[in-house]
Design a binder for this molecule. Structure first.
Ligand SMILES: [Cu+2]
Length: 189
């Protein structure tokens, strides 16, 4: 007599059909492809920031940004300093709950090294309306080589939820057109 505790003898199950085995093999093969893509895309995908990365303390980055503001400040907008740094310089932008400091006034067609960091929690640098997104992480100084290609005013929106004032966390980048740049600097930048 069989009870539920004893397995029946012999081949009592239905063997997998040939096509089922084939699909399992295909699925497994595809899993391996995706698995290989992870490290491959890291190296070949061009997805990683090309800039420099350093560890930095929140205090040091805040201090560096303040020095940058003190040196190149040209005005103020809604309590946030407006800074116009020289061409080719290192520029600083700090995310903090819930603001981006300072307002950067840049020149079209000129390269800068943009240093991004946060002094508290993770923030997301999203340059609106362009599709530029970058994770801003406390403790790291990300130096991105940037060249503004279009003139105008661009909003910085925080796209990483960072607390109760997250939706208020906006900043601004002003890009002066190349012609105006020539007029202001009296020639090549
Ligand atoms: Cu934020």
């Amino acid at each position: 007599m069989h009870t539920g505790l004893e397995s029946p003898t012999g081949v009592w199950w239905k063997p997998a059909h040939r096509t089922e085995k084939l699909w399992v093999a295909i699925a497994f093969g595809w899993c391996m492809v995706l698995f290989a893509m992870m490290p491959l895309w890291h190296w070949k995908g061009g997805q990683n920031p090309t800039g420099i990365r350093h560890r930095v303390t929140a205090e040091a980055f805040a201090q560096r940004t303040q020095e940058f503001i003190d040196t190149y400040q040209v005005g103020e907008e809604a309590g946030i300093p407006v800074v116009e740094p020289p061409a080719g310089s290192d520029i600083y932008l700090v995310g903090a709950m819930w603001s981006w400091r300072p307002v950067l006034r840049l020149r079209q067609g000129v390269q800068y090294t943009l240093h991004l960091s946060s002094v508290d929690v993770n923030h997301g640098f999203n340059l609106y309306p362009i599709n530029v997104n970058f994770q801003v992480v406390p403790g790291y100084d990300y130096g991105l080589r940037v060249t503004p290609t279009a003139a105008g005013e661009f909003q910085i929106v925080c796209n990483e939820f960072c607390g109760i004032g997250h939706h208020l966390m906006v900043g601004k980048v002003i890009v002066l057109p190349a012609e105006q740049t020539a007029a202001v600097t009296g020639g090549a930048p």
